[in-house]
Ligand binder design. Structure first.
Ligand SMILES: [Zn+2]
Length: 293
């Protein structure tokens, strides 16, 4: 009897080890999964991140990133939680975040902003076409977990949404709120003034943890910091443009020391030296949208 019990205990321990090992196997150099809070997790594929929430009735997933990443995530979710993805929500329509949606479309309702759907269809993006769209707000509920989707205005795209998990106090926002990093390169396709307004809108939402689409986790205060960066950069470039300074001179002389520790402010790697590119993008925006005086 005692032997049997020991064997059972040993078996249970072995099973726990095995399930732990399987979870550990769901990580490699390029990909991993970490728990953020409660049932909300973060998935990394190289430098891209998405989040998902596990409920007793299935999984709410977000950006699939690409088909290979999505296949990996789907297998990991199956092994670890044995639950299908019931919702797949796109942060915005850029292909580096939302390719591969078809991997989850066998079980998931795909959700996006209505303009994201229009671009996915119009530009024949390689992903699942959204089944469900909205313009301002939408709340989804699955197995007792709620996610609130909000459109906060144009910023890095014209269809970026934020996803708030009120129970876990987590907000997922992609590409328009870097955490202690300057903006990516030169504001390609961006709406600068509306972007600043959209950051202020995000600051009014109720959450503690900011999960961005790139880089480390942050807090709500990082939204304020990035808004101030955008305002400071805008103000400085506008001032120098009005004074007749050339772009080259601006890139030589404009310094925002408050942000000098941020990623991308200064780098020996020209591909990561984003601050001069931010100045160029801001200058281009101001020339196209503001009279110099
Ligand atoms: Zn993007």
């Amino acid at each position: 009897m005692k032997t049997t019990r020991l064997t059972l205990t040993g078996l249970l321990a072995a099973l726990l080890l095995v399930s732990g090992a399987v979870w550990t196997l769901a990580q490699d150099e390029d990909r991993d999964i970490e728990r953020i809070a409660g049932e909300v997790y973060r998935f990394r594929n190289k430098f891209h991140y998405s989040v998902f929430a596990v409920t007793p009735e299935g999984i709410i997933a977000t950006d699939p990133i690409n088909a290979e990443a999505a296949e990996w995530l789907k297998a990991a979710l199956q092994r670890r939680f044995n639950q299908p993805v019931k919702y797949l929500i796109y942060s915005h329509e850029h292909p580096d975040h939302i390719s591969g949606g078809e991997v989850f479309a066998d079980t998931a309702i795909v959700v996006a902003h209505e303009r994201a759907k229009a671009k996915i269809v119009g530009e024949q993006r390689r992903t699942a076409i959204p089944h469900l769209t909205f313009t301002d707000r939408m709340t989804l509920e699955l197995g007792g977990t709620t996610v609130e989707l909000s459109y906060v205005g144009r910023n890095h795209s014209d269809n970026s949404i934020v996803m708030r998990f009120p129970k876990e106090r987590v907000l997922f926002a992609v590409d328009f709120i870097p955490v202690q990093a300057v903006a990516f390169r030169d504001f390609h396709d961006a709406y600068i003034e509306e972007w600043i307004d959209s950051l202020a809108r995000v600051e009014r939402l109720d959450f503690d943890i900011l999960a961005p689409g790139h880089g480390r986790l942050g807090t709500k205060d990082h939204v304020r910091q990035f808004r101030e960066y955008m305002q400071d950069l805008y103000g400085e470039v506008l001032k120098q443009a009005r004074a007749g300074m050339s772009l080259e001179d601006m890139q030589e002389t404009i310094r925002l020391p408050k942000y000098e520790k941020w990623f991308g402010y200064q780098s020996d790697n020209p591909r990561l030296n984003w601050f001069p590119m931010n100045i160029a993008g801001m200058y281009r925006y101001i020339q196209n949208h503001r009279r110099p005086n």
